[in-house]
Design a protein around this ligand. Structure first.
Ligand code: MG
Length: 162
């Protein structure tokens, strides 16, 4: 059987004033951010779910339930690192591709630092990480800038046992 597996991650968080805007572990400037139990880093949540999915390890809500006070205001980078610990017992990351969907903020100026930060968190080469951004063309809730969504795909490779 082929030793590579893929996983898909999706997440969405509401935009809110007086919240921090943290994407891929990078705090972006501005007077609005993402609402949520943790730091609401929608991008890292999607990546975490993609990795857990690829490894067949369920989802982020199962490992870090929002009802658990331990994760209030949690740094999503910490959650990702913990998930990575489970994933890497059997798998190595081949690559991660991420798409952020939102009307604002503009991702372009921050893309390279976000990519470097994500690669750092994943402990892989930046060349294995790709970040894309698109608007929703004004359509629906995301188009009305009520929130930001993120989709991620991760490929992992099974490591030789023992
Ligand atoms: Mg989330």
């Amino acid at each position: 059987m082929t030793p590579v597996r893929v996983g898909l991650g999706y997440d969405i968080h509401r935009l809110a004033v007086d919240r921090r805007m943290v994407l891929c572990g990078v705090e972006l400037p501005g007077d609005e951010g993402l609402d949520g139990h943790s730091d609401a880093d929608v991008a890292l949540h999607a990546v975490t779910d993609a990795l857990l999915g690829a490894a067949g390890l369920g989802d982020i809500g199962e490992h870090f339930p929002p009802t658990d006070e331990r994760w209030r205001g949690a740094d999503s980078g910490d959650l990702l690192r913990m998930a990575l610990g489970f994933v890497r017992k059997r798998f190595a990351i081949v690559n991660v591709d991420l798409t952020i969907v939102g009307e604002r903020p503009r991702i372009g100026p921050h893309r390279e630092i976000m990519r470097a930060r994500l690669a750092d968190l994943l402990e892989i080469d930046g060349e294995r990480v790709n970040i894309k951004a698109t608007t929703n063309e004004g359509l629906g809730a995301i188009g009305r800038a009520e929130g930001i969504a993120a989709l991620a795909v991760a490929m992992v490779e099974e490591q030789e046992a023992g």
